[in-house]
Design a binder for this molecule. Structure first.
Ligand code: C5P
Length: 243
């Protein structure tokens, strides 16, 4: 029996499926069960290191919007060059670390907006794995919440499209950064899914109601017995929350 809305294609799918795999073969097996009209895909450091840019181009050719999650953090010239190459792969979204600073963020933006294909450019503020003591140790002032807000503001001032943020930060950042700023939120767990190692989680519906623009979802889809059905259930929940 089909769920309501199964196979309803979207012009702007909100779910980004995290391809957290160590090989192209494993990732391809999952991708073959999905649909580019229903989700985007995230390629991170593990899969990119294993499978390389050719695999990213393959996903783009198959019609998928690809978020290249390599979190560039280097001198401005190097990050700009990497962003330009990423743009030329045809990806939909690419990211950098806001801690690279104003000059690096501005250089990344300049590289993207002057490319023939222009991916959305977002920044990571504070890694959610870092607590207050970690920030003290590396010399970042203020609480994690203050640092996230400060870095999100800097990201917006530098003309980037948005930030990655935890579900817990979404509502505050939406209020601070305005309605057009993209908030890309991992740590998503449908009420029925296993929590796994995530701590600060939200359901898809709550994340959207709090202002998330896109949801990064890994295991609730990749480990589901029927990944397409799990994806469509999340899309249905998102549609319900958005109206
Ligand atoms: O399987 P799960 O849904 O937990 O996967 C979430 C994805 O989002 C993984 O690729 C993980 O690295 C990423 N992510 C995260 N928390 C962050 C940033 C990224 O879980 N703060």
């Amino acid at each position: 029996m089909n769920l309501p809305g199964v196979n309803m294609k979207m012009s702007d799918p909100k779910v980004i499926v995290a391809l957290d795999y160590a090989s192209a073969a494993e990732a391809s097996a999952l991708v073959a069960r999905l649909d580019p009209g229903l989700c985007r895909l995230k390629v991170g450091k593990e899969l990119f290191t294993a499978a390389g840019p050719a695999f990213v181009e393959q996903l783009v050719s198959a019609g998928y919007g690809v978020f290249l999650d390599l979190k560039f953090h280097d001198i401005p010239h190097t990050v700009a060059a990497a962003c330009r190459v990423a743009a030329n792969l045809g990806v939909w979204m690419v990211n950098v670390h806001a801690l690279g600073g104003r000059a690096m963020l501005a250089a990344a933006r300049e590289a993207v907006v002057t490319s023939a294909h222009q991916p959305k450019l977002i920044a990571v503020t504070v890694l959610t794995s870092m607590g207050a003591q970690d920030l003290v140790e590396v010399g970042v002032a203020g609480s994690p919440e203050e640092a996230v807000t400060r870095l999100a503001r800097l990201t917006r001032e530098c003309g980037l499209d948005g930030v990655v943020c935890s579900a817990r930060e979404t509502a505050a950042l939406r209020a601070t950064c305005g309605k057009d700023f993209l908030l890309v939120t991992p740590g998503i767990r449908p009420a029925s899914a296993a929590v796994g190692d995530q701590v600060r989680i939200a359901t898809p519906g709550d994340a959207v109601r709090n202002g998330a623009s896109y949801l990064v979802v890994g295991r609730p889809i990749t480990q589901a017995p029927d990944p397409l059905r799990a994806l469509e259930a999340i899309n249905t929940e998102i549609r319900g929350a958005a109206v």
